[in-house]
Every structure is written in structure tokens, then in C-alpha cells.
Design a protein around this ligand. Structure first.
Ligand code: SAM
Length: 221
């Protein structure tokens, strides 16, 4: 959990803007009070370049370099809500660390997070941010996440923040019984945010909404 004293000083200035962001997310349909509180707490400006800090609480995706983006806060909140609506998962695997913001949001909820990023510079930068915020419940590594992270499997939750055309089988195999995966699935023309659940009868699939994510690369994609 983020030490509250770390949110003083530079962070204090943005507390009001974070409050406004949380209010906006509520207006847009985010209802889970735990998720709204965590969106109010995690300092998104730490996860973007200083030059973009003034826009860091806008409800929009922003560039983080290397052709990648930090996801729109609404999407981060919605994916978090979908992952946690049946109760807080103990362990979540994230594919696509990017800036580290989604991982920080989950960690701040008290989840043990495992996150993989295929761009080394982004992975290293995110790890520095986790250290600076003392988010010790995030384990991050550089590499291709298409094969998941078998060493710590199974996971109660899996979240993909880059879109495959089809979810790699290895990720289904690493989902615990009763576990839930939230993933954007599709190509550049059309993607859907899909919730997969490992039920007794097999994988149950339901579509939440249309979304737009960067493609998941690597593996057989
Ligand atoms: N969760 C991120 C955040 O909060 O900033 C947003 C991530 S960005 C939309 C998607 C990320 O997925 C990019 O950084 C990209 O490099 C990464 N990515 C794409 N394919 C991947 C793969 N096969 N394994 C690991 N990371 C991947």
C-alpha cells in the first residue's frame, strides 16, 4: 500500500484533481466504492512523463513512449471493477505493465500483483515507480507475457492490457478454478472487453463493452 506521507508535497497539489477524477468516474458508471477510493488515491501523475503531468488526471489515455500508452482511467477502473466484483482476488497476473499504473491500482487494493512487460525500458521505469511508492506487493518482470508467468500460477485474476486476437491458451491454463480473466480481444478494427471465468463446466465468456487497446505482441500473435 502507498505510504500516505509519500502523497504529500507534489502529490497534495493533485489530491483535488484526483477527487474530481473519482467523481467523474462515478458519473461515468463506476460504482464500486473500493475502486473509486483507489482511483482517488493512486497518483497517476507519477506514471506519466513530467511534461504530461498537467494532463495526468484527464480521463484519457496518454503516450508513455515506445509507441505505447497509459490506459484511460475509466478503463483502468472498469477492468479493476470487473476483476474484483466477486471479491478481492489474492493474486493477479497482468500482461502489459506499461507505465505501471494499472498494477499500482490493483496493489493499492491489497492484491499481490505479478506483471510482465515486453519493452525493457518501460519495465525498468515501472519498477522504479513501484519502489518509489513502496508498493512491495508487485512483482514485475521484463519479457513476453503471451506464455503467462507459470512460476507463480495459478492466479485468481488475470488482466490483459494489450489486445490479442485470441487469448493464448497458456493464460487460460494459469487461471485458478473460479478465477476471472479480463481481456481486450480483437484486431485493430474491433475489440471487445471480455470476461472469462473458469467455472466447473469450463471457461464461461461474456462481453462487457467495445474498447480500443494497443495490440498484444509476441507469442503466436
Ligand atoms: N497497464 C498499462 C498501464 O497501466 O500503463 C497500460 C499498458 S499499454 C496499453 C500495453 C502494454 O502492453 C505496452 O506497454 C506493451 O509493450 C505491452 N505488451 C504488448 N504485448 C505484450 C506481451 N506479449 N507481453 C508483455 N507486454 C506486452
Amino acid at each position: 500500500m502507498i505510504d500516505p506521507t509519500l502523497l504529500q508535497g507534489r502529490g497534495m497539489t493533485s489530491q483535488r484533481t484526483r477527487d474530481r477524477l473519482a467523481a467523474r468516474l462515478r458519473d461515468e458508471g463506476i460504482t464500486d466504492p473500493r475502486v473509486l477510493e483507489v482511483m482517488r488515491t493512486v497518483p497517476r501523475h507519477i506514471f506519466v512523463d513530467e511534461a504530461l503531468a498537467s494532463r495526468s488526471y484527464d480521463d484519457t489515455a496518454l503516450p508513455i513512449g515506445h509507441g505505447q500508452t497509459i490506459s484511460q482511467p475509466y478503463i483502468v477502473a472498469r477492468m479493476t471493477e470487473l476483476l474484483t466484483e466477486q471479491g478481492l482476488p489474492e493474486r493477479v497476473l497482468e500482461i502489459g505493465t506499461g507505465s505501471g499504473y494499472q498494477a499500482a491500482v490493483l496493489a493499492q487494493l491489497g492484491v499481490q500483483v505479478y506483471t510482465i512487460e515486453r519493452i525493457k525500458a518501460l519495465s525498468e521505469q515501472a519498477r522504479e515507480r513501484f519502489r518509489a511508492l513502496k508498493l512491495w506487493n508487485i512483482r514485475a518482470r521484463y519479457g513476453d507475457g503471451s506464455n503467462g508467468w507459470p512460476q507463480y500460477a495459478p492466479y485468481d485474476g488475470i488482466v490483459l492490457t494489450a489486445a490479442p486476437e485470441a487469448v493464448p491458451q497458456a493464460l487460460f491454463e494459469q487461471l485458478a478454478p473460479g478465477g476471472r480473466m479480463v481481456a481486450p480481444v480483437g484486431d485493430a478494427n474491433r475489440q471487445e472487453l471480455v470476461i472469462f471465468e473458469r467455472a466447473d463446466e469450463g471457461i464461461v465468456r461474456r462481453v462487457d463493452s467495445e474498447v480500443s487497446f494497443v495490440p498484444m505482441l509476441g507469442g503466436e500473435q
